[in-house]
Design a protein around this ligand. Sequence first.
Ligand code: FBP
Length: 549
Amino acid sequence: MKKSPLQKARAAYQPKLPIVLTGAVKAVAGKPTESVADQEEIKRLFPNTYGLPELHFEKNANPSANHPVNVGVILSGGQAPGGHNVISGLFDGIKKIHRDSRLFGFLMGPGGLVEHRYIELTAPIINEYRNTGGFDIIGSGRTKLETKEQFDKGLEIIRELNIRAIVIIGGDDSNTNAAVLAEYYKSIGADVQVIGCPKTIDGDLKNECIETSFGFDTATKVYSEVIGNIQRDCNSAKKYWHFIKLMGRSASHIALECALQTQPNICIVSEEVEARNLTLQDVVNNIADIVAARAAEGNNFGTVLIPEGLIEFIPAIKALIAELNNVLAENADQTAALSGTELEDFIKSHLSQANAATLASLPASVARQLMLDRDPHGNVQVSLIETEKLLSEMVARRLEVMAAEGKFNGKFASLHHFFGYEGRCADPSNFDADYCYALGFNAACLINSGVTGYMSSIRNLVKPSVQWTAGGIPITMMMNIERRNGADKPVIQKALVRLDGEPFRRFAAQRDDWAMNTCYVYPGPIQYFGPAEVCDQPSLTLRYEHISK
Ligand code: FBP
């Protein structure tokens, strides 16, 4: 396969491992842990894996001899830059344990384990993918691992390949599945370890012990580059308002990080919209007011960043989605037998008056997506909803009213963008290349320590990578009970943007200035080679969160 010059150069990059992982390690256990909420319920559901201690690794002066270890790896959910480095770190880690260790990659996500589709990942294959973006080494998928039948089917191939541990590289839902799988295998005495790795560009899998999920750093740098380019174009032609939707599912971390990097005129933060109980019309009016104020100074241009999950956070729409989820779950048999307008009419007839009215107020395409499109975990597929167009159309209508009242006498021409897929498979930044390699290598150390139900944890991430610390966090520690698909389920708590957190505070302190004065910053492309202050800086979110600790 033809390779670009950058691909060739990146293949030679040697990720910088934390010093503690460069020799033999021993796991040091901390105190027993508790789940973040709903402790009694989570303990009841995870009797074998609840309350485990946090672990951290220290150098081991007297390592004992190791045996070969066979490991299976799964990429789960949306792509995130650095997944290939988790796998190459894991490969190098188990080879360091013993040169006869073997790594098997299950194909196209968790479904590969259940359907027994796999390849052996050998050194030539791994070497092709070091420091590259994408998940194409084995593919990814969103099959939800949740039934005993799936777990037992998986166990058949695990036995056949003499696999000792499964590593699941995924987001909050996939790591929840990892915890359930770990608990099940422990409960039947299967002697199979399950280890998770924190992946998602969304940045919403983080907590006290997991400082960031991998992929967020690279994806936000890619989006910030193109937002910067658009802003330069915008500031040159001075004739368009650019409405830019950014991936990130529910949380607004991506939009906020990109705002901190590029200083747009407007950035909406869904968590604030919810906290202030704003309606969709309130959000539109706020944007229109800024458009009008800039127009009054002769500036008929600007940029608006919109998190893709916005719609879910508008309180009335949130209530509607919750009821829709219940209606779909409670009437699964009937809804499965219906389609098209029959299905839509059935759903509408089961809604409360208030929610039916909210649904009727939305454009037909948005209403349809809220009613019908769910991913296998029951999430609304927010990336499919064209919020950027919905908002700009509503702003245009509002400006017409304001013009008639003499409150707007400018021009308003809008352009739309959605940045999501373009950032998910970029070659990982040096930060993500190092972080992912360390997460994978560390997962091998956790396997060698014999533990199960843990997530690989690398910390101290604002320091140079050689100073990072390594260990494992019991997954049950991150769990609480939430309503999913109409039922209460144990899940990893999603980290939303904290309005009292330093990243949001910095944004809020500057946004009025950015709205009126054109303060655009142009970050440019990710630099892989050059001085550390250009190439090795973590995201601003991570840096500001550390300042506030
Ligand atoms: P994960 O939570 O699986 O990492 O997904 C990230 C994401 O890119 C979201 O930002 C987005 O809403 C979703 O995937 C899109 O899903 P799909 O890849 O199925 O189109």
